[in-house]
Design a binder for this molecule. Structure first.
Ligand code: ADP
Ligand code: GN1
Ligand code: MG
Length: 361
């Protein structure tokens, strides 16, 4: 037997036994939730409880158990920190089924998360205060994990933030031109290719940086603000937490907070880096990591901002060339529009380098 939400007609059916496993009766409402590009997220709700249920995209995360294992280790570590008064945020908790298992479904790709009440995510930052709160949240998250043995986390996706690898994927997509779209985006492709020197610059810089637990997906909708005061209350979406460098996390915040337009804006002329938002991000992140971040890491954050705009731009462009196999798309040329916007942010960072880079020194 299956349960279908009246709200979302096209939604695939959830097996009723999955709901029962979390003590929901079939009358519970189920609806799609959030704007993620990879997994399918549901909110299940009745009059007494709410639960986030996620169908993990196993094309992209082939070993969901590793993802759950990482999340549980992080949860345990943050719980100790919280008990010691060293973690002021709420903790994202995996929710076990009644039988004690964390995964279910035919492909063991369904897992649940305790719903964090009183929070909301946003897609576009409106004020410097919001940017400060987001960066403080991810900074506090990173600070609490600074003494976690990063290399004990499973690498759930290999080469995730390996810029050289992302360029190679672009090369392959250009060579195959599978969807016949190269002709539409040759100029953008050429521009990306012209920025390849960043690969060596990044590799050289990282050679001298400590490897850290990286969230690796610090986009603005992966943290929650309190409904009431707009404080940051939780860092969520821990699926890509892996060893890495904090510059990636700072860069992903810059990429997703600094523009007044959403990632997939249809008004590319308005996509730009707002300097006051960049400033607030720098202040919030450095405050969250005060006393922990090294001088070299602080200086590396500028390169992180550039690298993340370029790298995610390349990933969207690659997916456009491949025929949209990776990121969910909702209209023609969706990935191309996303890619163009990322490259605009990259160019605007270069244009404002003299004003912005010193904020990180
Ligand atoms: P995806 O991997 O698809 O990006 P997320 O884990 O980011 O999925 O969840 C999608 C959205 O669902 C988030 O942006 C947030 O609004 C909401 N959300 C996710 N987990 C929780 C939670 N535990 N409590 C409250 N809201 C959540
Ligand atoms: C994906 O799942 P979501 O939407 O939080 C992607 C990130 C990209 C982001 C771009 C596993 O994140 O790396 O930065 O889209 N996640 C994965 O918006 O590839
Ligand atoms: Mg997300």
């Amino acid at each position: 037997m299956s349960v279908e939400s009246a709200a979302v007609a096209a939604m695939p059916l959830l097996p009723a036994d999955v709901l029962a496993a979390y003590q929901f009766t079939p009358e519970a409402t189920v609806r799609l939730f959030g704007n993620g590009h990879i997994n399918r997220t549901y909110l299940i709700e009745n009059s007494i409880q709410k639960l986030i249920l996620q169908q993990i995209n196993t094309q992209i995360f082939p070993a969901p158990q590793q993802l759950v294992d990482n999340a549980l280790r992080i949860e345990q570590h943050l719980t100790v920190k919280q008990q010691q008064g060293l973690y002021p945020l709420q903790i994202l908790r995996q929710q076990a089924r009644q039988d004690g298992h964390y995964l279910s479904g035919e492909q063991a790709d369904l897992r649940a998360l305790a719903f964090i009440d009183g929070g909301r995510s946003i897609e576009v930052v409106e004020t410097p205060a919001q940017a400060f709160a987001a960066a403080l949240t991810f900074g506090q998250f990173a600070a609490a994990l600074a003494d976690f043995p990063a290399d004990e986390l499973h690498t759930v996706i290999a080469d995730f933030h390996n810029l050289g690898f992302r360029f190679c994927q672009l090369d392959d997509a250009i060579a195959a031109n599978k969807a016949g779209r190269l002709v539409d985006c040759q100029e953008l492709v050429n521009y990306c290719q012209s920025q390849r020197a960043l690969v060596t610059e990044l590799e050289q810089l990282c050679a001298d940086l400590p490897r850290r637990v990286c969230h690796n997906d610090t986009k603005i909708n992966n943290m929650l603000y309190s409904d009431a005061e707009g404080r940051g209350i939780a860092a969520i979406d821990l699926d890509t937490c892996m060893p890495g460098y904090w510059l990636f996390d700072f860069g992903d915040m810059v990429r997703t907070c600094c523009s007044p337009e959403p990632e997939d804006s249809l008004n590319p002329a308005a996509v730009r880096i707002r300097p006051e938002i960049f400033t607030a991000l720098a202040q919030g992140y450095l405050q969250g990591l005060a006393g922990i971040i090294t001088a070299a890491e602080r200086q590396s954050l500028w390169l992180g901002a550039k690298v993340m705009c370029l790298m995610i731009g390349i990933r969207f462009l690659t997916d456009h060339l491949n025929g949209d196999c990776y990121f969910a798309v909702h209209r023609p040329n969706h990935n191309l529009q996303r890619a163009e916007n990322q490259l605009r942010l990259y160019l605007d960072l270069l244009a404002q380098q003299d004003q912005l880079q010193p904020l990180l020194k």
